[in-house]
Design a protein around this ligand. Structure first.
Ligand code: UVW
Length: 319
């Protein structure tokens, strides 16, 4: 690691940008690559009619895997049979009874889409919008345009944990685009241009097995690591969406530069790659290993939160 940690503006000085590529008002970035042709390419990948959902459970009594400092989703009963038993429930002709509850949560507190305006440096977010537009709500490049649009395309799952012969990658273990291609080759699948890229590290699944104390101890996630070549690969492959079973889609601290989460800036802010985080793909991965089908149709639509910096989602995969 270098002695002095560079600013993102220095680290990414020559990094490619997709700003302006889809016009000055664009707010969904590389999702623009998912044209109707790409939707049909995804449809063509459906061969068996098997369905998988990728969201983690929300408000699990074991806790929810979260970026340190965020709190788990809290579900609170507001009305249930107890209210009716003691005469406190609302009265309806015919005596219908019902239950109600509410949830308080971080919008990044479950499987989620980040808005492209979620992260920035140099006072500019994706497409060059002023970071002032995030004050009081993500008014530009928020999650709403992504939610209104929806995400449909061909996806490929790369199981890095399985490729390395592990249940779960180690804390801080890194890999790059060359490793992804090597794993794809071992799986017998090709990462094609404009594929939605799903990566399994085993990390989120490990939360439920090892428990929160061990998960958060000396917290550093495994994941993709920054290099100019990796960013160029995403740029040239026109990857619309990066989906992983980690909280932040990349190794927490880049081991070379010491910068925290540089791919959030290089991929999300500069290229407009949509980030989907905290998925649980373990059942899907087991199935793909069993039947050898690692590509499929991916469909997702985050919740339509006005001015949200992100929103929960339950992505659906159809093989
Ligand atoms: C941060 O907000 C730091 O990360 P994430 O994109 O994982 O929510």
């Amino acid at each position: 690691m270098s002695d002095t940690v560079p600013d993102l503006s220095e680290l990414l000085a020559n990094s490619p940008k997709n700003w302006g590529k889809w016009g000055p008002d664009d707010e969904v970035g590389s999702l623009n690559y998912l044209t109707s042709v790409e939707v049909m390419r995804g449809m063509a990948a459906v061969r068996q009619g098997k369905v998988f959902t990728l969201q983690v459970q929300m408000g699990n009594p074991q806790g929810d895997p979260l970026w340190p400092g965020r709190r788990p989703a809290q579900r609170v009963n507001v009305l249930d049979h107890g209210h009716f038993m003691c005469g406190k429930g609302p009265k309806f002709p015919g005596n219908m009874e019902y239950c109600d509850d509410m949830m308080v949560m971080y919008l990044q507190g479950s499987t989620q889409y980040d808005a492209l305006g979620h992260v920035w440096y140099d006072d500019q977010i994706y497409n060059g919008y002023d970071a002032m537009t995030t004050i009081g709500g993500t008014a530009k490049a928020g999650v709403l345009p992504i939610a209104e649009r929806g995400i449909v395309g061909r996806a490929v799952l790369i199981d890095m944990a399985r490729f390395r012969g592990k249940d779960c990658l180690d804390k801080g273990e890194t890999f790059d685009h060359n490793d992804l291609c090597a794993a794809a080759e071992a799986q017998g699948v090709t990462i094609e241009k404009r594929d939605i890229l799903i990566i399994r590290t085993g990390w989120i699944g490990s939360f439920y097995k090892r428990g929160a104390d061990d998960f958060y101890k000396d917290f550093i996630e495994p994941g993709l690591t920054y290099s100019p070549e990796l960013v160029r690969w995403f740029y040239e492959m026109e990857i619309p969406n990066l989906v992983t079973d980690t909280i932040a889609n990349e190794v927490t601290i880049d081991p070379v530069s010491g910068v925290a989460l540089p791919l959030h800036s290089a991929l999300m802010r500069n290229l407009g790659v949509a980030f989907t985080e905290i998925i649980l793909p373990d059942a899907l991965a087991d199935d793909c290993a069993a039947d050898g089908q690692w590509s499929f149709l991916y469909v997702a639509a985050p919740l339509k939160v006005v001015d949200g910096s992100g929103a929960p989602v339950n992505p659906v995969v159809i093989k």
